[in-house]
Ligand binder design. Structure first.
Ligand code: NAP
Length: 298
């Protein structure tokens, strides 16, 4: 890139937003952050005006209603953020002649397959969160042909609330933990997502609407595990660093009922993003080690 490229980043304190806020400026982007309280995703006219006023070349939206269980009771709130705001952001980007990068989720799938999902596999969300994110994908694609939709999964980072941080807290509070062992997915780390997003943004800025760079992509760590497998790896890696680590007992989803149903299997095939962008995230176990180094230094 020659000279700074203007980017709008939606959200400030979310896991992926925080990682992007660190990564984008170092890669030569001039970033305008639009976040609460000044920019709430329920006030779409003001948000649209602010995006257009920033004259961006790319708009990156990692903000979302991410409370999977609460969404079952608050579908209107989930759809307002995950569908309506996502669509309005993509439309504002189109008006500004900017590309848009939108994050989505493995929960757009039902989880009934036993082989990794590719982008063209039939979707079938089994909860409000996944359904609202899928509706967001449709709205974004309709509003701006220069869109990159990144479906990711099981996001963790040193910041914010996530499974990794919960396990580390429980290890300090309890002699043992019980974790479901019949949901398979790929723990994915915000720092890796941010690094990949920078490369995608750099490519998207100059690309025409018909380019292969646009469309829907799966972006998760290499490898997969269950939540129980992930918890055991967290405990082992924490102990190896002198931190707490307690035994993890495998239970079934039926033994740990939650308000929202979750897909039993949501491994995503990442061949497309490797072919188009040359991007391959690290294996989740290597990324976990890196993330724990970050947390334990903190
Ligand atoms: N977390 C996961 O396990 C996971 C899995 C699959 C896909 N994803 C997707 O990946 C993306 C990033 O997720 P994440 O883990 O970074 O999410 P997160 O940590 O829960 O952060 C959500 C972000 O959305 C913002 N937000 C929510 N409601 C808002 C509103 N009304 N107005 C303005 N901002 C609002 C939050 O703002 P504040 O900082 O002001 O609270 C925060 O910046 C999302 O699209 C998510 O759907 C996440």
């Amino acid at each position: 890139m020659s000279g700074p490229v203007r980017a709008v980043l939606i959200g400030a304190k979310g896991q992926v937003a925080l990682s992007l806020a660190r990564t984008l400026p170092a890669a030569g982007f001039e970033v305008t952050t639009l976040a609460r309280p000044a920019h709430d995703l329920t006030r779409l006219d003001a948000l649209t005006a602010a995006i257009i006023a920033a004259r961006p070349a790319v708009v990156i939206n990692p903000a979302a209603y991410t409370a999977v269980d609460r969404a079952e009771d608050e579908p209107d709130a989930a759809y307002a953020i995950n569908r309506d705001a996502a669509g309005a952001i993509a439309a504002a980007a189109a008006k500004a002649e900017a590309a848009v990068i939108q994050f989505s989720t493995d929960y757009v799938f039902a989880g009934t397959q036993s082989t990794a999902y590719v982008e063209t596999d039939v979707t079938g969300p089994i909860g409000v969160y996944g359904a609202s994110k899928l509706a967001g994908e449709v709205a974004v694609a309709a509003a701006n042909p220069r869109h990159v939709i990144l479906r990711t999964a099981w996001v963790c980072s040193a910041d914010g609330a996530n499974f990794l941080k919960t396990m580390m807290r429980l290890a300090a509070e309890r002699p043992e933990v019980k974790v479901v062992d019949d949901q398979v997915g790929s723990p994915t780390f915000a720092a890796d997502l941010a690094a990949a997003t920078v490369r995608i943004a750099q490519a998207a800025v100059g690309a025409a609407a018909v380019a292969a760079q646009f469309g829907t992509f799966h972006l998760v760590s290499q490898g997969s595990t269950t939540w129980c497998g992930f918890a055991r790896a967290i405990m082992a890696a924490s102990k190896a660093r002198g931190g707490q680590g307690v035994p993890v007992h495998a239970i079934t989803t039926a033994e740990f009922p939650t308000k929202a149903r979750r897909p039993a299997y949501s491994k995503l095939d990442t061949g497309k993003i490797k072919r188009v962008y040359g991007i391959e995230l690290p294996h989740w176990q290597a990324a976990l080690e890196t993330c724990l180094d970050d947390i334990i230094v903190k």
